[in-house]
Design a protein around this ligand. Structure first.
Ligand SMILES: Cc1ncc(COP(=O)(O)O)c(C=O)c1O
Length: 500
């Protein structure tokens, strides 16, 4: 006799044939390790051709396709056209490289497919809490602080500013919202602060006019007398100054605000002190740690681990000194998430859940790659790699200083070098054009990826070194190529000028 349930048809998404899937899985691992091992042999970037882009305008697959076929498509259409940041000569914007064990950890975490937001007595929450403790220790931040891994520094800045706004509103902002009659809450950051801060301010309903952009001095550091004057002026005109944001490494030039003086000022004026330390915070692990003195006094700190901790995207972190204020901003416990009445079961613990410190309920197990990578290398080696990148920035800066055709556009305070090819016969406008062309040609050639930015209005090649695969010789290649391209392109531009 069969039970009815035994004869009812039933499907799953698991492989029909585990053995052949296992073979495919092993092949994928081998291919990907080969790919990483030979990364130097490939271009830093190559443009995806039109036929590749067209491939992704396809009909919805209504029937099954084999995993083997899909993998072949991945090899042909996806893998050859990455943005390129795992390459040793990728230094555009501020991108991280990822580690090999980090890639494996992503797979392990995906197999577990744990939801790391809540519930008790499962490993993921403990791994994340462990990682948060290590981060605090590495950065010299109080261990009593609360924290949360995030998708990146944008999310970390957002969470920190939500906590700051609620803590400083002076009323129950969570329940009452932003009151139309209340004093306008305003906050301060240098004009070099990252755009994610503006986005966060817009998202939390303060409006971007609430952000006072304080001028910087010649080192691109916030001018503190201007900050003091702006706060006093705002108070006199009936505004409610509530927060100062210090930069520990700006995106443009890796400038550090004077965090110690900002911390003093904030405590004197009863202002929330937030630090955006996306990559620069990690200077704490190097001989440049003086740059971040004062960061440990911040009320909140936002950092990335997918930049200068070299981890796979995405992973960032927010830390908040006053854990209770952090939880006050996010804690919510509906009936379906109630803790168990007894000591048994998955909801029977009394430690806060990670979801209590952010806006996501379901969260992936990104802590695993951080835990494995920090254990694999240890904080000392990671510190040495960061130091190596700082020394590479100095090495590059020296080469630029030694070259008659190149010009440094900003002081090199850490790991970001802004420079340009210089031609005395060209106007500023033409020089911008020349360097934009150099950047684009360099990218198209696949030799290296650098990005562009503007320093005091002038276009600069932007080299942000957060890459553990770069060798010193890679920077010699960069300098040689920029000079070669600069000479060629200036000749073309001169011809254009004569023909105009
Ligand atoms: C200084 C700074 N803050 C914040 C961010 C935003 O970080 P994410 O891209 O991880 O969201 C960046 C990104 O480059 C940054 O450089």
């Amino acid at each position: 006799m069969y039970k009815v349930s035994q004869i009812l048809p039933h499907e799953t998404l698991d492989p029909d044939d585990w053995d052949s899937f296992r073979k495919l899985g092993h092949r994928m691992v081998d291919d990907m390790l080969d790919y990483l091992e030979s990364i130097r042999e490939r271009p830093a970037w190559q443009r995806a051709p039109e036929e590749i882009k067209r491939f992704f305008i396809a009909d919805l697959p209504r029937e099954s396709q084999t995993a083997e076929d899909i993998y072949e498509e991945f090899l042909e259409y996806v893998l050859p056209y990455p943005i390129g940041n795992i390459h040793p000569r990728f230094w555009g914007w501020v991108f991280g490289t990822g580690t090999v064990l980090g890639a494996m950890a992503e797979f392990l975490a995906a197999v577990m497919n744990t939801n790391a937001g809540d519930m008790d007595h499962h490993s993921a929450n403990h791994v994340e809490k462990q990682v948060l403790t290590w981060i605090k220790e590495m950065l010299g931040y109080p261990v009593s602080a609360s924290g949360l891994l995030t998708s990146g520094c944008s999310a970390a800045n957002l969470i920190a500013l939500i906590v700051a706004r609620n803590a400083k509103a002076g009323y129950d902002l969570r329940s009452e919202g932003i009151k139309s009659g209340a004093k306008q809450m305003v906050l301060y950051a240098s004009e070099e602060i990252h755009s994610s801060i503006q986005k966060a301010i817009e998202i939390i309903g303060l409006g971007n006019q609430a952000l006072r952009r304080i001028p910087v001095d010649h080192d691109f550091q916030m001018n503190i007398p201007d900050l003091v004057a702006a706060v006093h002026k705002d108070r006199e005109s009936g505004k409610e100054p509530f927060c100062v944001i210090g930069a520990a490494g700006t995106t443009n030039t890796a400038a550090f605000d004077d965090l110690g003086r900002l911390a003093d000022f904030c405590s004197e004026e009863d202002l929330w002190f937030h630090v955006d330390g996306a990559f620069g915070a990690w200077a704490a692990l190097t001989s440049s740690k003086n740059a971040v003195v004062g960061m440990e006094r911040a009320d909140s700190l936002a950092i990335d681990l997918h930049k200068w901790m070299y981890l796979q995207y995405d992973i960032g972190c927010v830390l908040v000194r006053n854990a209770a204020l952090h939880k006050d901003a996010f804690f919510l416990r509906p009936a379906y998430l109630e803790r168990a009445a007894s000591e048994k079961g998955m909801t029977s613990g009394d430690l806060p859940w990670l979801t209590d410190y952010g806006f996501q309920l379901s969260r992936n197990f990104q802590a695993l790659k951080a835990w494995m990578s920090i254990k694999e290398h240890g904080s000392r080696k990671i510190g040495r790699l960061i130091e190596q990148n700082i020394n590479q920035a100095k090495f590059l800066a020296d080469q630029i200083r030694d070259s008659k055709q190149l010009e440094l556009m900003a002081p090199v305070s850490l790991n970001v070098v802004c420079f340009r090819y210089f031609s005395p016969e060209f106007s500023e406008g033409r020089m911008d054009k020349l360097n934009q062309e150099i950047m684009a040609e360099l990218q198209e050639s696949g030799i290296a990826v650098v990005s562009g930015t503007r320093i005091k209005g002038r276009f600069a090649l932007h080299v942000a070194i957060t890459n553990h695969r770069s060798a010193f010789s890679d920077f010699e290649i960069l300098v040689g190529e920029v000079v070669k391209l600069g000479e060629q392109i200036s000749k073309d531009l001169m011809k254009d000028r004569h023909n105009e």
